[in-house]
Design a protein around this ligand. Structure first.
Ligand code: URA
Length: 232
């Protein structure tokens, strides 16, 4: 899309007024001033006008590298929330598609699209989540096998669904699960006599945490990432 069109779509400005604003240097694209009204920009470009981020109307889809100490909720009286890390215009109407604990870091998805987030979180959709888990003790072969086939969590009766384990080293594994029970990863490790020292989500379905994102940073999902969930 042309930059002047992008601005006209996001604001009340006409194309002509948008061109004029671009000419004055009031517009940045991905952090740099742009004075070229006919520059072609992707829909997920970060555009600002007079320092204010512009957002195309329609549904929004973001990924964030959640830092520890930030709550996966829209409001909280004690801690900052993931939405507090976003500019107000961007956070409006967003909700979190699959929460993480206060001390868990990594890939957090935020969207305005309720159907899409339902597909991310519903156990009926096969949308596996992968966590890098730092363990208190080296993982035994018996424990690994139990995680893979299914374990019974404390105060529950039904076994967890089959999971995948990839050993990174003695005390770090990548665990892929396709359910989202309460504190599931921590409780799975407790069920096999181990415990979690650190938990970091690296992937949800086909969406991988962007290595460019420092803790607290976010970006728009690409069309392909959004569609990867829709296609189940
Ligand atoms: N499992 C947990 O125990 N905690 C999380 O934050 C996510 C999965």
């Amino acid at each position: 899309m042309r930059l002047d069109q992008f601005i006209a779509n996001c604001t009340e400005l006409s194309r002509k007024e948008a061109k004029r604003a671009i000419g004055t240097g009031a517009v940045t694209v991905n952090g740099a001033v742009c004075r070229t009204a006919n520059r072609k920009i992707p829909e997920d470009a970060r555009v600002t006008l007079d320092g204010e981020p512009l957002i195309l109307p329609g549904e929004r889809y973001l990924m964030m590298n959640k830092p520890a100490g930030v709550v996966s909720a829209t409001t909280d009286s004690e801690h900052p929330t993931a939405l507090d890390l976003l500019p107000p215009g961007l956070s409006r109407d967003l909700h979190i598609a699959g929460r993480l604990d206060l001390d868990t870091t990594g890939l957090l998805l935020l969207t305005t699209d309720g159907q899409w987030s339902h597909r991310v979180t519903s156990p009926r959709t096969d949308c596996p989540k992968t966590y890098r888990v730092t363990l208190g003790e080296p993982l035994t072969d018996v424990a690994e096998q139990a995680l893979v086939t299914g374990v019974v969590l404390r105060n529950e009766e039904r076994e967890t669904r089959p999971a995948k384990v990839r050993r990174v080293n003695d005390t770090v594994i990548e665990l892929t699960i396709s359910e989202g029970r309460y504190h599931q990863v921590k409780r799975m490790l407790a069920a096999v006599g181990n415990h979690v020292k650190a938990l970091h989500r690296i992937r949800v379905g086909d969406i991988a945490l962007d290595p460019q994102l420092a803790p607290g940073e976010y970006r728009a999902l690409t069309g392909q990432e959004i569609a990867s969930v829709s296609q189940g």
